[in-house]
Design a protein around this ligand. Sequence first.
Ligand SMILES: [Zn+2]
Ligand SMILES: [Zn+2]
Length: 108
Amino acid sequence: MPGLSQQRCFQHSLREAVARCPECRRFYCRECVTEHDDRLLCAACIKKLAKVPLTQRNLFVHALRVVQVAFGLVVTIAFFYTVGRQLLAIPSTFHDGSVWRTSGTTER
Ligand SMILES: [Zn+2]
Ligand SMILES: [Zn+2]
């Protein structure tokens, strides 16, 4: 297998190749490759890949929205659950007013 230094750029036959595009397996010079997701890709492959992340991004945004709605729902349920628990924790004497009679006035 020939070394990278012996390879020439796919687009510039006079330039030495410095990187190999992992997508199309062609060699390119420094000018022809761009870093994308920690990989050096050629312009053609970036263009090719650029169409995919767009839908992925939309999916991600959609998923994020679902998560937000679910989280909001959980928070709401947790809130009402806590409120319900606190209402249940209040002694029934509070509701018929006997709490006030025993602790305050001498009305009885
Ligand atoms: Zn490529
Ligand atoms: Zn080049």
